[in-house]
Write a protein that binds this ligand. Sequence first.
Ligand SMILES: [Zn+2]
Length: 186
Amino acid sequence: MISRESESASRIVALLNSESAAGGDALLDPDRFRAFCSALEIDQAECKVDETLLAMMRELRAVVTKCIEEPSSKSAKALENISAKAQLILRVDDKGMPMLASAAIGSASIAALFVLAIAASSRDGGWSRIRICDAPECNKAFFDSTRSRTRRWCSMSTCGNRAKVSEHRQRQGQRQGEGKVQKKGG
Ligand SMILES: [Zn+2]
């Protein structure tokens, strides 16, 4: 089991966070999508980035988010269905070493790279460490590298801090409320 973010986990986290990318959703616009791929060192120069690919990527993002946030048989089935488009196969090199690969061609081969990342992250343990931030207004994905696997926020300095302050205020409010009730009663 890994505790450091692997390349496959990084790709999944980046996919999940692509909606809030700088300059807007990276999966809505071909130029932004190309920039998104370059940042992940995915070579897409030969591929046509069209609406079909972008729609497939958005569907994959929505399905993976569901699988991580609230896994169910429905989200599992949806991920299985979309992964079928990636046409995962075994490629065997001339030394006889088998490797999971994709037979998808053209733009679908880009989406397939993310499905391969999911397969790799389930194998190396990264998948079970990908979380969605607990802050309701955030929803950012992050990689939980804590030993206890209990990290709740994408960042302690922003979302974590805000949540702690609000939890503290809530507790204080409750205590004050309890005090008033006691005074009334006594
Ligand atoms: Zn957050």
